[in-house]
Design a protein around this ligand. Structure first.
Ligand code: GLA
Length: 720
């Protein structure tokens, strides 16, 4: 049993394979958080204390000072003057929300979140439901803890129900609150922009707020919802690490507040700036799910917890036995595609051992550049004279799978769709709509918009076997309003918009059950667990320069498995150089390998090299896509990235070394601590043999003054 209630002590205890989470009901009404950490750790007792200026109720006095204790979920202005989890404007006109404990239930499995992405349960999943009530407003809040014991992950979300007689407005709703007993953690977060997503930063926390957020209608390039708190000394292999993430793709707030009493509060949820929700009497609101994982064995273990968790509980089942290696046309052609151009790509792709050709932007409507066509999802008749079906059949006659680019959430002013339905855009009445990449955002909260898109895609792809959709989203939301929603619900637009996006993604899965979805948002601008519920992988970044990529991939791997990272070898001119091609490929082998080269213009020698790369990838792709990941060198702290993937038995290891900038020659030691000490391994790339002991002590590699120095070792246990 992962969840235990000790009646005598009024303790709730949630156990996973290596962790324990404990809280207590104090004075029969209040939840006090006691412990989240190593399973073997001692749970501190709840002690009453006196803290000046901290408000208390007469009855509980110093046994419960909301402002001074660690809590589980906190209403606004409830005597806890730190940041709150839930703020609801009530019928009195104020937003005071005082939540008191009323009872619990342990449920087998989990409750599925209608219309939202969530982590799937299995036979071992259990859920703790705690009921809290604000007696004055008759607001009920159920908080949920779902336990994924094997992966050391606990998820949280809430359900808010208005049992009062009048409507109320939810102004802030967080899904997860965790109070930690110290004030000296480091925080690791991932910031960025287009072409520079998920840049790693590690900073010591100090008293005050340290927030990570998006107000852009998408989880965004600017911050990723994934954050880590760890001890100052925590490394990849040692020390405490707490990771947090949000299963959502829209606006979010990761709030970290260090108080002057020595504690740290972490919250993840919808935040308040771009969200409010009108809750009529009798209605409920369910928040998206947030997840957390603790490791006492450093950052590496926490990373692997999330990798397994995401693979087992978030990602969709893959439609193909082997993940296809794709050739995408974007960087080679941009919008200049038509049937003849594509045929040249198909021929060259087939000759180079590619599995799937992906036709990127430019195939539909009047889409000859980014100024027109979005919304008109029918093939451009000038480019595909015999229609899409005959074209796709031709592509497939080369023995290839076929993928296609779509950007359903958007519309260009210059499009039939906009001309017919100008009222379908996100906009605020009376204001000029702002453009970004010459496009506007469709109001996906409007069911008519969703119905139009479903109808259009059904017609366009009827009878055509599409194997893969690249689902893009190339601008952010601003001046958010909906012509569909009533005035009092305008604050719900951004949230309902994402629910519409999820509905359409879900529909794509049902409508095209054999197709795989790669999601994208100007590269990796929606690299989140919400998107991962629908898309097998994400276009990691539009930045395909291998040096920049090394960093983006390193940070992405801290929270997300390699299988989600779509990585393409690009720039056919540069890649004519064999060493450069090798370097770019070895960078791309950090995740799911693909190409973005102009193969029809490439030399025969280069196509042969690509073919050989794909053949090698086939030998160890399972390690990359499903193996355990160990980072050795951090490219933000050194001039290198080094890591390995291995299997559970540790009898196959794929080790990578990537030097970033040129430097004077020196020796770099890479220790593979997971190698079996007593075993002998052969590197199938060089033929050299290493004992496990040697690997653990470290392989030595030379750095040099070139800009494309990389090495890989595919180490397989041998008996000779
Ligand atoms: C975005 C994507 C690119 C490409 C273009 C097409 O920028 O990230 O990979 O698909 O859109 O317009």
């Amino acid at each position: 049993m992962a969840i235990v209630y000790d009646k005598e002590k009024s303790f709730f205890s949630i156990e996973t394979q290596n962790t324990k989470y404990v809280f207590q009901v104090v004075e029969e009404e209040f939840l006090v958080h006691l412990y989240y950490g190593d399973k073997r750790g001692e749970v501190p007792e709840h002690k009453s204390k006196i803290v000046d200026f901290a408000p208390y109720y007469e009855k509980s006095r110093f046994n419960f000072l909301p402002d001074a204790y660690m809590q589980e979920y906190v209403g606004f202005d409830s005597g806890d003057l730190r940041t709150c989890s839930l703020r609801v404007k009530n019928a009195d006109g104020n937003a005071v929300t005082v939540l008191k404990y009323r009872g619990y239930q342990v449920l087998e499995g989990r409750i599925n979140l209608q219309g939202l992405p969530y982590a799937e349960g299995n036979e071992t999943t259990e859920t703790l439901e705690i009921t809290l009530v604000d007696e004055h407003t008759k607001l009920e809040v159920k908080i949920y803890y779902t336990v994924f014991a094997k992966e050391d992950v606990i998820s949280r979300y809430v359900r808010v129900t208005n049992y009062g007689e009048e409507a109320v407005t939810i102004e802030k709703c967080m899904s997860l609150l965790l109070d930690l007993p110290k004030d000296n953690y480091d925080m690791i977060s991932f910031y960025g922009r287009n072409n520079r997503e998920r840049q790693y930063q590690r900073n010591p926390l100090f008293v005050g707020q340290h927030n990570v957020y998006s107000r852009r209608g998408a989880s965004s390039h600017e911050f990723n919802p994934f954050v880590i708190l760890c001890d100052r000394e925590t490394t990849q292999t040692e020390g405490d690490a707490y990771g947090f993430n949000f299963v959502f793709s829209g606006n979010f707030l990761d709030e970290v507040e260090v108080d002057a009493l020595g504690k740290t509060r972490v919250q993840i949820g919808l935040g308040s700036e771009n969200f409010n929700w009108l809750l009529e009497a009798g209605e409920s609101f369910v928040s998206p799910e947030a997840v957390m994982s603790y490791s006492s064995e450093g950052l590496g273990k926490m990373t692997r917890n999330f990798h397994t968790f995401i693979r087992e509980h978030i990602l969709p089942e893959e439609p193909f036995t082997n993940r296809p290696v794709v050739l995408n046309t974007w960087e080679a052609c941009f919008f200049d595609i038509d049937e003849d151009v594509m045929e040249k790509f198909a021929k060259a792709a087939a000759e180079s051992g590619i599995d799937m050709l992906v036709m990127d932007d430019g195939w539909f409507g009047a889409r000859n550049n980014d100024k027109a066509g979005l919304g008109d999802w029918y093939p451009n008749p000038n480019k595909f004279k015999n229609g899409l079906k005959s074209f796709v059949d031709k592509m497939k006659s080369y023995g290839l799978k076929f993928g296609i680019w779509v950007e359903p959430e958007m519309v260009n002013p210059d499009s039939d769709l906009y001309r017919t339905h100008p009222e379908w855009c996100i906009e605020c009445p009376g204001r000029e709509k702002m453009l970004s990449r010459d496009q506007w955002v469709l109001d996906m909260s409007n069911p008519e918009v969703i119905a139009y898109l479903k109808d259009m895609f059904t017609k366009t792809f009827a009878g055509i076997e599409i194997d893969y959709f690249k689902w893009d989203m190339n601008r952010h939301l601003c001046q958010v309003g909906s012509n569909y929603l009533p005035k009092e619900r305008q604050g719900e637009t951004a949230y309902r918009h994402i629910l519409g996006v999820y509905e359409l993604l879900e529909w794509f899965h049902k409508q095209f059950p054999n197709a795989m979805i790669e999601t994208c948002s100007g590269g990796g601008g929606r690299y989140d667990l919400g998107m991962m519920k629908y898309g097998t992988m994400i276009w990691t970044s539009d930045m395909t320069d291998p040096h920049r990529r090394i960093r983006i991939q390193y940070s992405s791997m801290m929270g997300y498995p390699a299988s989600t990272m779509s990585c393409h070898v690009s720039d056919h001119k540069a890649c004519e150089d064999a060493r450069e091609l090798k370097y770019r490929c070895e960078v791309a082998l950090g995740g799911a390998l693909g190409y973005e080269l102009h193969l029809p213009k490439s030399s025969e020698a280069m196509k042969e090299r690509v073919k050989a790369q794909i053949a090698s990838y086939r030998k160890y792709e399972d390690l990359i896509l499903r193996g355990e990941y160990y980072s050795i060198l951090n490219p933000y702290e050194t001039n290198y990235s080094a890591y390995y993937y291995t299997n559970e038995d540790k009898d196959r290891i794929l080790l990578s070394f990537l030097q970033d900038a040129p430097e004077e020659r020196k020796e770099v030691v890479l220790s593979v601590i997971e190698a079996i000490e007593s075993a002998l391994y052969v590197d199938e790339i060089s033929g050299k043999k290493f004992t496990g002991k040697e690997l653990r002590e470290g392989i030595t590699v030379q750095s040099d003054d070139s800009s494309n120095n990389s090495r890989m070792w595919y180490l397989v246990k041998t008996h000779e």
